[in-house]
Design a protein around this ligand. Structure first.
Ligand SMILES: O=C(O)CCC(=O)C(=O)O
Length: 252
C-alpha cells in the first residue's frame, strides 16, 4: 500500500500536491470562465446565496461536459489515478461541483457525503483548492478516523448536533493547487468566509468503475428531486445538495 493509501485508510483523508504554480493559475482562469457562464445557456447548474453584500454565486455543477480543460483535469491523469489508488480499484467521475465561497459566503454543517450520493457504494471525494483555503476564509474541517460508519443523522441528513459536538475537528488549510482527498464517510464541515478574498474549490467525486458510469443518472435524479422541491429553498437555506448541509441564505 502506498503512503497516501495508508494515511487515507487510517485517517479518512489525504493531502496531495496536484498542480504547480502555472497549473494553479490556469485553474483559477478556468473557474473564472465557468463563473461567467449565463444561468440559462446550457445544462450546467449555477446556484446563488444571499450575503450581506447581496446575491453571490455559491456553486456550479455539471460543468465538465462544457469545459475541456476542467474535464481533462478531472477525468484523466493525476486526479483519476489518485482516486483509483485510494479506492483500490479503477475509478470514474461520478459528479463535480465548484464551491465559490466568495467573501461573506456561508459555511457547511457537519456532514458525511455518503447519505447524499445515491446509486454508489464505493466512492471518494476531494477538494482541489483554486484559492488558498485558510481558517479565515472557511477551509474544511475534518474529524479524523471516523470514516467507518454513517453517524446518527438529523432530519436534513447532517450529523446530529449532539454527536458533532463531541467530535475532534481539525482545520485543514489547503494551498491553491493542492488536493484534500476525503472518504465519503469522513465527517467534515466548514465555516463562512470571513475574509475579503474568495475561497473557490473544485469538488469532484469518483466511484468505483466496477459499479458503472453513473454520472448521468446522478444528475437526472438530482434535477428530478429539485423539481419536486418547488422553490429551491429548504427551511430558509439554499438547497444545493440532496442533503441540507449548506447554510447559505436563499436569494428571494
Ligand atoms: O466548500 C466547503 O466549505 C464545504 C463543502 C462541502 O462539504 C460540500 O459541498 O459537501
Amino acid at each position: 500500500m502506498s503512503s497516501a493509501a495508508a494515511h487515507f485508510a487510517e485517517h479518512g483523508w489525504w493531502l496531495a500536491d496536484t498542480l504547480d504554480e502555472d497549473g494553479a493559475a490556469r485553474l483559477r482562469a478556468w473557474v473564472s470562465e465557468v463563473s461567467a457562464w449565463p444561468d440559462d445557456g446550457g445544462e450546467w447548474l449555477h446556484y446563488r446565496e444571499q450575503t450581506d453584500d447581496g446575491p453571490k454565486l455559491c456553486r456550479t455543477e455539471n460543468f465538465t461536459p462544457f469545459h475541456a480543460g476542467l474535464r481533462d483535469l478531472l477525468t484523466a491523469g493525476e486526479m483519476i489515478d489518485g482516486a483509483s489508488e485510494l479506492l483500490g480499484q479503477p475509478a470514474v467521475l461520478y459528479k463535480e461541483k465548484i464551491n465559490y465561497k466568495l467573501p461573506g459566503g456561508a459555511g457547511y454543517a457537519p456532514h458525511q457525503d455518503a447519505p447524499a450520493y445515491p446509486f454508489v457504494q464505493v466512492h471518494v471525494s476531494c477538494m482541489v483548492a483554486v484559492d488558498d483555503a485558510t481558517t479565515d476564509n472557511g477551509c474544511l474541517e475534518v474529524a479524523s478516523g471516523l470514516h467507518h460508519e454513517v453517524l446518527p443523522l438529523d432530519d436534513v441528513g447532517c450529523v446530529r448536533a449532539d454527536v458533532a459536538a463531541t467530535l475532534d475537528w481539525t482545520h485543514v488549510e489547503v494551498r491553491a493547487g493542492q488536493t484534500l482527498w476525503f472518504h465519503s464517510r469522513t465527517p467534515h464541515r466548514s465555516g463562512p468566509n470571513n475574509s475579503q478574498v474568495p475561497r473557490r474549490a473544485l469538488y469532484p467525486t469518483y466511484n468505483a468503475a466496477a459499479e458503472g458510469d453513473l454520472r448521468a443518472d446522478y444528475y437526472r435524479e438530482k434535477l428530478a428531486q429539485f423539481a419536486a422541491a418547488a422553490d429551491g429553498t429548504d427551511g430558509g437555506r439554499v438547497r444545493v445538495s440532496l442533503i441540507g448541509d449548506f447554510q447559505g441564505k436563499p436569494v428571494l
